[in-house]
Design a protein around this ligand. Structure first.
Ligand SMILES: Cc1cc2nc3c(=O)[nH]c(=O)nc-3n(C[C@H](O)[C@H](O)[C@H](O)COP(=O)(O)OP(=O)(O)OC[C@H]3O[C@@H](n4cnc5c(N)ncnc54)[C@H](O)[C@@H]3O)c2cc1C
Length: 397
């Protein structure tokens, strides 16, 4: 087989890149390790920045999102029995967010690919990336038991944190930045109306978050120690614990119900520099991971795809290599901005095992300051909203 761009992974990054490139007349093939059903079953992110929403609309992927998603203006913070305050992103920046599940985005992307007749091969095995530093790289893999080879001009590594793409960059050419947090998030999805606002809670019993995926679908999380098992948490125990971490009036407003998904995610920050090696370009979780505090992971996958698709389009239309050469540096500027804000919010809102009284006082003071300072709230709103995509450094015709 031969194509212009081989895309590894059919997560949001890979499928969105496939859709955008296809709309620009660039031939691509997506190679995915799992079945389509497996990819569609994964319950993950769901809070979209305005730039993500606008990009999805621009490429005709916004119709269902606009019907079923829930627009909101910012986030509320509550802590330990104190009065809550609201980080009003709309007031400070005129931007809004959309709650719309990653599962729905995946469905929309698969449907678009189907309608376009895009080439998406699922359940590929033993995938290897070859000749990355030549102008003719290729990918070898097994599909339906047959050994196959895909020749291409470029490879987009969109295969998530555990994929093969990043590992194909020689270790001495990769600089890795990593931070592991000593706790995880136990999350449930429930078919119940959410609280009015996405609300982050800092409580002596640990962090908690009330989030949403649509007006009838709620996502709740609580901080749990590393090593906690899902089986230890019945729905009743979860609801009782999360309610204890919110002020009474908010706990009373929570509509409880049977969970339709329950999982534990460890918290980690990770960045790989560089995001390019020869003809291989990394995008999304293949290159970086953020803790879910601040909901940046999916949005970063989308911004990488924006920069990469623009650079590939400029190459095929104009023979321009400048944007490809700048891709890693440009994408990493936005990555680090989101990595930093996720790290800041994680430190601000969680209780760290072994934290000292000094740490606790400093955290409380920071929350007091945020609550009382218009400037501090505006600064946080700007970072929480996500940076605008950078305009191109060269004219694209
Ligand atoms: C449990 C969990 C909860 C999360 N919650 C949130 C949240 O609340 N908010 C938020 O913003 N973000 C959240 N995230 C992060 C967000 O889901 C990711 O940032 C997003 O999925 C990144 O998209 P991606 O396409 O880069 O990677 P992925 O979604 O990981 O997709 C990668 C794809 O590549 C495939 N693949 C892997 N290896 C290979 C291979 N060798 N060959 C071919 N294909 C391969 C995988 O099967 C997968 O389909 C969460 C992540 C997890 C794991």
């Amino acid at each position: 087989m031969k194509t212009q761009v081989a895309i590894i992974g059919a997560g949001p990054a890979g499928m969105l890149l496939c859709e955008i490139l296809s709309q620009h007349g660039i031939d691509c093939v997506v190679l995915e390790k799992h079945s389509r059903a497996h990819v569609l079953e994964r319950i993950r992110a769901g809070v979209l920045e305005q730039s993500t929403v606008e990009l999805l609309r621009q490429y005709g992927l916004g119709q269902r999102m606009d019907q079923e998603g829930h627009v909101h203006d910012g986030m509320k913070i509550v802590w330990a029995g104190r009065e809550s305050f609201f980080i009003d992103v709309k007031k400070h920046l005129g931007k809004q967010f959309m709650a719309y599940g990653q599962t729905n985005i995946q469905e929309d992307l698969f449907l678009a690919a189907e309608q376009r007749g895009a080439k998406v091969l699922t359940q590929v095995e033993n995938l290897q990336l070859m000749n990355l530093t030549s102008t003719h790289p290729h990918v070898t893999f097994t599909h339906n038991g047959d050994a196959s080879r895909l020749d291409c001009d470029f490879i987009a590594g969109c295969d998530g944190f555990h994929g093969v793409s990043r590992q194909s960059i020689p270790p001495h050419l990769r600089e890795e930045f990593e931070k592991e947090y000593p706790f995880g998030w136990l999350g449930i999805l429930s078919q119940t109306p959410p609280l009015r606002d996405i609300t982050y809670a800092n409580h002596p019993r640990g962090f908690a978050l009330a989030s949403m995926r649509s007006p009838t679908l709620s996502r709740y999380y609580i901080q749990v120690p590393t090593g906690t098992l899902c089986e230890e948490w019945s729905d009743d125990r979860f609801w009782s614990e999360i309610k204890s971490r919110f002020p009474k009036e908010m706990a009373d407003e929570m509509v409880t119900g049977k969970s339709i998904e329950k999982s534990i995610a460890p918290l980690r920050s990770y960045v790989c520099e560089t995001m390019r090696h020869g003809q291989l370009f990394l995008a999304g979780d293949a290159a970086h991971i953020v803790p879910p505090t601040g909901a940046k992971g999916l949005n970063l996958a989308v911004s990488d795809v924006f920069y990469l698709s623009r650079a590939l389009t400029a190459f095929y239309r104009q023979g321009m290599t400048q944007l490809l050469d700048e891709y890693s540096e440009t994408a990493l500027r936005r990555v680090w901005s989101s990595v930093r804000i996720s790290w800041y919010l994680t430190n601000l809102l969680h209780r760290f095992p072994g934290g000292s009284d000094f740490d606790q006082r400093a955290q409380e003071h920071e929350l007091d300051y945020l609550k009382s300072s218009h400037h501090a709230q505006a600064a946080l709103a700007e970072q929480y909203a996500g940076l605008a995509f950078e305009s191109s450094s060269a004219p694209i015709t």
